[in-house]
Design a protein around this ligand. Structure first.
Ligand SMILES: [Zn+2]
Length: 216
């Protein structure tokens, strides 16, 4: 097992400046085949509340300007209709009966939080959760032929989802800290129960294709 804090050991890298390609490359280089990706999210829908743990099944990428692919030449088009590995997602859900399965995670560029109008718009388009790191991470993992599933901790309701002051950094960090034990317990249980990655479509999609980038 390898652990890589995406923001750096001392939270040095803000979400829009994380080198996502290097992070996924490093994991694959170590022999990692399945990635469990915990993250903090805002809630866009009244179906979720602060403190909830959600394993999303869909993603909307609203980031811009990030290096979002290893493909830099040729024709390699990643199948991405279902962005998360169903098998690893299943292991996360099975590890804690309180985990909610399903939901659409909207990933914004950040580092600022959304305006109320943006937040309401994402919710009206079907978004359940909002986050700043879920893309291009999920796609890069699959380009590297790794399984990838997200485990989202709802830390706040986004600006448009309630009438309060809007989301603030302190409440996000505090709620995340208070749920760390639960999160690590769940991850530990899920890791122990991970299915065999061999044969998963997260890897076999590239069988027979000529990839124009290296998979270490
Ligand atoms: Zn998979």
């Amino acid at each position: 097992m390898a652990f890589l804090p995406r923001h750096g050991a001392h939270h040095d890298f803000p979400p829009h400046l994380i080198n996502y390609r290097a992070n996924l490359w490093a994991q694959r280089s170590l022999g990692v085949r399945q990635v469990l990706a915990p993250c903090a999210v805002g809630g866009l829908s009244t179906d979720v509340a602060p403190g909830d743990l959600v394993v999303p099944d869909q993603l909307v990428d609203r980031t811009s300007g990030r290096a979002s692919s290893y493909v830099e030449r040729g024709a390699v088009h990643l199948p991405f209709a279902d962005p998360y590995c169903p098998r690893v997602s299943g292991a996360l859900v099975a590890a804690d009966p309180g985990v909610r399965r399903g939901g659409t995670m909207v990933v914004i560029e950040g580092p600022r939080f959304s305006t109320r109008a943006e937040s309401r718009w994402y919710a009206a388009q079907g978004g359940t959760l909002i986050n700043m790191t879920g893309a291009p991470e999920a796609a890069l993992a699959r380009e590297q032929r790794m399984c990838y599933a997200a485990l989202a901790l709802v830390t706040d309701m986004d600006a448009g989802a309630e009438d309060g002051e809007g989301v603030g950094q302190e409440e996000v960090f505090a709620l995340f800290r208070s749920n760390l034990d639960r999160l690590t317990g769940l991850l530990t249980a899920a890791i122990a129960a991970l299915p065999d990655p061999d044969g998963c479509a997260c890897s076999t999609w590239a069988d027979g294709l000529e990839l124009t980038y290296e998979v270490p």
